[in-house]
Design a binder for this molecule. Structure first.
Ligand code: ZN
Ligand code: ZN
Length: 444
């Protein structure tokens, strides 16, 4: 069925505004709006009606009346009036109930809401009442519409364009800073402020600071005598030291630190540091001076931690960080033995561990939070240097995820082999430092 005939049938049964009529043919012709498609169809129908009327066919007047009332088309109304015919009152659109005419009002409302937020990109999400969506589906089926688009996508595109023009921000389908959810029928709008992600690396220069907030085990955050009414087991965390200054300047609600793995509370993180992403929820500010922020954080956390290489990133980086947990690491630990040890014994440990596979059952100390299973981890290289008759420093370059303390103590036989096993002498790790997190070629 050709476009004009089909459109005349649609209008005969239902009042339709220009955008809603044009939308039924949205996939025909590029570079124009549905509103223009609808207008062009109604213009042609008006011309056709006029032509039919001139040849003294009453069908012409009937067609003009349909375009005038059900199409609310001014040209047809004007023509009828000039010809001394009555035009019926205009009817509001069967599909959108006239909501496409109110887009400017909706846009204004959105702009008022956006005022308090700094952002670069956004996305419009449209929610339609079920009744409206079903009605359009039935309409499409009834008139065999095959080249149309959905009302939802037209609303989001039209509103998105309007907002974009007025405030000079870009629509981003993948990682928008804000999502504006609109129901044009109830006039409700909702803002979804997406988190801000800032990546960097941290070095931890002292022992005794956990990576993330650690609540007091007795009161679980409430505050009690044991934690001096702070609710925390450790007063500071890397998350807080990095995140709090960020939270302040971004005027956000909450922070989460995503690390590429974590070191023990009593281990330092040295070398070029551990990659992290700090997530700031619901930030009002996004255009931050990262250099200045880096300086502020480093100044406030002086002597405790140090960060560098801050840059903006997105949520995909968090996923990549988690994958990087298995990145190779270089550790250094100081071991105290139960008795004096010979150079030959130290050499034996070095040889036994270099280029070896360690079978490590989940350590006793983390069993409460990790599944009990045996992991196979590779050690590329072990280097041992004597410090005292019963003390040595060991450097281990290994696959990520190997627990170093247990590699020394053997963890009651759960880690095999271990330094204790190899020598059959008690061995205790005194300090642990992470010297390097080796990031693969695909990472920066
Ligand atoms: Zn409409
Ligand atoms: Zn407490």
């Amino acid at each position: 069925m050709e476009i004009l005939l089909r459109s005349a049938l649609m209008l005969t049964e239902h009042p339709l505004c220009n955008p809603c009529l044009g939308r039924q043919f949205a996939l025909l012709g590029y570079g124009t709006e549905n509103e223009n498609r609808g207008d062009a169809i109604k213009l042609l129908l008006t011309m056709k009606g006029h032509q039919t009327m001139i040849s003294e066919d009453n069908d012409g007047v009937a067609l003009l009346k349909i375009v005038a009332s059900n199409g609310s088309y001014d040209l047809a109304i004007g023509l009828l009036t000039r010809l001394g015919e009555n035009a019926d009152p205009e009817n509001s659109c069967f599909l959108c109930e006239g909501k496409f005419k109110e887009i400017d009002k909706v846009t204004e409302k959105i702009l008022r809401k956006l005022k308090n937020y700094e952002f670069k990109t956004f996305l419009i999400g449209v929610e339609l009442p079920l009744k409206i969506a079903e009605q359009e589906d039935e309409f499409k089926a009834r008139f065999s519409v095959t080249h149309g688009e959905s009302m939802k996508s037209q609303f989001s595109r039209d509103i998105g364009k309007r907002v974009s023009q007025l405030i000079d921000k870009k629509v981003d389908y993948k990682n928008p800073d804000l999502v504006i959810l609109i129901n044009p029928f109830t006039n409700k709008t909702r803002l979804q402020i997406n988190p801000l992600y800032i990546a960097g690396r941290y070095r931890k220069l002292v022992r005794g600071i956990p990576q993330s907030r650690w609540l007091c085990g007795d009161c679980i955050g409430e505050g009690c005598e044991k934690c001096n009414w702070t609710g925390k087991k450790y007063q500071e965390s890397i998350e807080g030291l990095i995140g709090n200054p960020m939270l302040e300047v971004a005027e956000g609600k909450e922070i989460t630190l995503h690390g590429s793995g974590r070191e023990d509370v009593d281990a330092r993180m040295l070398g070029s540091g551990r990659p992290f992403v700090l997530e700031i929820k619901e930030p009002r500010r996004r255009i931050l001076d990262l250099q200045k922020l880096e300086q502020t954080i480093n100044k406030r956390a002086k002597g405790k931690i140090e960060i560098h290489k801050l840059c903006f990133t997105n949520k995909n980086m968090v996923r990549r960080l988690k994958k990087m947990e298995s990145a190779e690491k270089v550790y250094r630990t100081v071991i105290e033995f139960g008795c004096e040890i010979s150079d030959g014994e130290l050499e034996r440990v070095e040889k036994a561990l270099s280029n070896s596979t360690i079978y490590q059952q989940t350590p006793n100390r983390v069993l409460h939070r990790r599944a009990d299973l045996t992991r196979e981890k590779h050690i590329y290289k072990a280097k041992i240097k004597r410090l005292a008759p019963n003390r040595a420093e060991m450097q281990i370059h290994c696959q990520g995820g190997l627990y170093i303390k247990e590699l020394v103590t053997g963890d009651e036989g759960r880690t095999k082999p271990s330094v204790k096993d190899i020598l059959d002498i008690e061995a205790m790790p005194l300090h642990l430092d992470v010297l390097s997190v080796v990031i693969g070629k695909e990472e920066k």
